[in-house]
Design a protein around this ligand. Structure first.
Ligand code: ZN
Length: 266
């Protein structure tokens, strides 16, 4: 993201569920304006936000076909929910890219701490003020969706991991289409061979095909432009040569008039 986000500021003195609900939603609102770091680093103009990314992943989850025939009936719904939650901790930590100097362990520690803070906020938002806000069905759901994604312990969690990678390269493709000259190959290279589900692998194949078409079209246009430039330069050269020949002829005539003709007369 472009701007660091301050740590979550749940109001510790608030005991009202509405106040905690608003606190949670306001913290989550940061996801709407936090830019995805990878695009910022690659100079993409007007990069998407973290919630843009999660929203399309959730839609993509609806298109999933469970690879496992015994998948539960709510497979897609659960996958869509995991997609909507998987990066929610970034509302507090910001989008930390894998190669960030802070390292993987520290990144994980911060994310888990952020998820605990969000869990507690949701627990307070959904528990009557008289009860201790240790947990609630809503906060437990939030945490279990996140853990499912992180631990890859279920088919839905694994499918959403695929969607996370696929949505990123789909976005990279869109940025390449919109910005001629922008080459986001590193994003594609980081995903190749890492998708596990058949369905998303098929989508990736189709995306690679369209991207190849895009770049082949651009290479052909480039060659055409170069050929046109060469033809123009060659045409200019020919005209210049003719002009020089013409000038040469005129000079010869002048020389003849000045020197040769008078001598004949004398
Ligand atoms: Zn993600």
């Amino acid at each position: 993201m472009s701007q660091p986000v301050a740590p979550a500021a749940p109001s510790s003195t608030s005991t009202s569920t509405s106040s905690s609900a608003l606190d949670f939603l306001l913290v989550a609102g940061r996801l709407k304006t936090s830019k995805r770091t990878g695009w910022v680093h690659h100079g993409v103009p007007l990069p998407e936000s973290i919630s843009d990314h999660m929203y399309r992943m959730a839609l993509a989850a609806l298109l999933l076909l469970p690879d496992d025939g015994d998948a539960p009936p709510d497979y897609r719904t659960r996958a869509a929910l995991i997609a909507l939650v998987h990066d929610v901790g970034e509302a507090i930590t910001g989008d930390i890219v894998p190669h960030d100097p802070m390292g993987r362990a520290e990144k994980l520690r911060r994310e888990e701490e952020a998820m605990r803070d969000l869990h507690d906020l949701v627990a307070r938002a959904t528990t009557p003020a008289s009860s201790p806000p240790s947990s609630s069905p809503s906060s437990a759901l939030l945490l279990s969706l996140y853990n499912e994604y992180e631990s890859q312990s279920t088919a839905e969690g694994r499918a959403v991991k695929d969607l996370d990678k696929f949505e990123m390269v789909l976005q990279a493709y869109e940025y390449e289409v919109a910005n001629p000259g922008l080459d986001l190959s590193p994003f594609f290279e980081s995903v190749r061979g890492k998708l596990r589900g058949d369905r998303v692998r098929e989508w990736m194949g189709e995306l690679e095909r369209r991207r190849e078409e895009l770049w082949a079209g651009r290479r052909a246009a480039q060659r055409e432009a170069e050929a046109r430039t060469e033809a123009t330069l060659a045409g200019r050269g020919e005209r210049r040569a003719r002009l020089l020949l013409g000038l040469g002829g005129a000079a010869a005539a002048v020389v003849a008039l000045l020197f040769v003709a008078p001598r004949r007369r004398g």
